[in-house]
Design a protein around this ligand. Structure first.
Ligand code: SF4
Length: 382
């Protein structure tokens, strides 16, 4: 529920936001039209001040991160031609298409520093030859080799695909995956729920309602998950807020979301980028910070707002720690999906680098597990 905070009006230059500031101070829930106003204003500092105050009331100066390792087992995807924002997917016979064998998955996992890595983050394409057996074998094999490593795997879109190709219900698929070792689900595949936006950028993908339904089923089975929004393409502020409202509603119902992660659209090497964003950059630091801050203010029933430094750069992520963010994507080893789309960031950050980043923002780094339990605390910068 919303947290009441004290704000400094001198830091809010756009007086049309004062009624929102009043609500934030009273701990009152924001409406979607409040959210649209927060996106529309040029007063980034004012929005950031409100989000920072709410975040500090919830999380103090703590900034969490987890040591994780991304594994993308297949880039073969039946939606290759219709998700026009995607740079990662390939058709089965296309150059660069791959599907890992189990041995390749385990070899990839073995490149991780498994004394440090606490989580495998596993996502890929909708591959007709990667069904329930493929993933249950993979998760069992990983758990046998690395029993202490949490498996966060398969977006709602992938779960629905695995269910379809395996001729099972979503619920039975989730139960089988959970029994094989699936611990939590990532939040990808949400894009923007608005049917109009989906018709333009991801015509054949699971609908927003279906995405929500898969997460609801997972939460009911005790599988917690993250959620996302891919912004910076054809969506309006109203689309963004309708999307966030659906996430907030499900969180009211189940409490199963761990974190919200806004994802910046990258325009390189994809059809949408060629037609819409020839100039190269779809989002801006301004919009990246706005999305994080609005997420913090509107999603009052979420504890954790995460910045994905791979997409918005470590520097924007660092500044975001003063715009409502309390969690950073961890030490990611080998990230393929956003680098195909033009992310120019490193593919990994060492523990030392992430500590330096957090301390540089005058915050206190905390290593967490996948459920946000504290594993290690570190001294904040003096
Ligand atoms: S976004 Fe996902 S579902 Fe769409 S083409 Fe890419 S990998 Fe496939």
């Amino acid at each position: 529920m919303p947290t009441a905070v004290q704000l400094d009006r001198a830091l809010i230059s756009d007086s049309s936001l004062y009624h929102i500031a009043d609500k934030v101070e009273r701990g009152e829930r924001l409406s979607t039209s409040d959210g649209v106003a927060l996106f529309a204003t040029g007063d980034l500092v004012g929005v950031g001040h409100m989000a920072d105050a709410v975040n500090r009331a919830k999380n103090g100066d703590r900034v969490t991160f987890a040591a994780n390792h991304h594994i993308n087992p297949t880039n073969i995807c039946i939606l290759r031609k219709t998700c026009v924002f995607c740079s990662y997917a390939r058709l089965p016979k296309e150059e660069g298409a791959y599907r890992y064998t189990m041995e390749q998955v385990y070899a990839e996992a073995a490149t991780s520093n498994t004394t440090l890595t606490r989580e495998f983050h596993i996502v890929g394409g909708l591959d007709m030859h990667a069904g329930l057996d493929y993933y249950t074998e993979m998760f069992r094999g990983l758990k046998e080799r690395y029993p202490h490593v949490h498996i966060k795997a398969l977006t709602a879109v992938e779960i629905a695909h695995v269910a379809r190709v395996s001729k099972r219900s979503v619920r039975d698929t989730l139960i089988a995956l959970r029994d094989a070792g699936l611990d939590t689900m990532p939040g990808g595949g949400a894009e923007v729920f608005s049917p109009g936006v989906r018709a333009t950028i991801a015509d054949k993908k699971l609908s927003g309602e279906e995405y929500i339904n898969v997460h609801r089923e997972a939460h009911e089975l005790g599988i917690r998950s993250n959620c996302t929004m891919l912004y910076g393409h054809v969506e309006t502020y109203e689309d963004r807020m309708a999307h966030l409202a659906m996430l907030r509603d499900l969180q009211d119902e189940t409490g199963g979301f761990l974190a919200y992660i806004p994802l910046a659209y990258h325009p390189d090497n994809n059809e949408l980028g060629e037609t819409l964003h020839r100039e190269g950059t779809a989002t801006s630091g301004f919009d990246d910070l706005k999305n994080l801050a609005v997420g913090r203010l509107f999603l009052d029933n979420f504890d954790h707002i995460k910045s994905h430094w791979i997409m918005v750069t470590p520097f924007v992520s660092q500044v975001a720690l003063h715009f409502g963010v309390n969690d950073l994507e961890g030490t990611v080893v080998r990230e393929k999906i956003y680098h195909e789309a033009g992310a120019h960031t490193e593919q990994r950050m060492t523990l030392e680098q992430i500590l330096k980043l957090i301390r540089g923002a005058k915050k206190a780094p905390v290593e967490r597990d996948s459920f946000y339990n504290v594993l290690r605390t570190f001294e904040a910068a003096a």
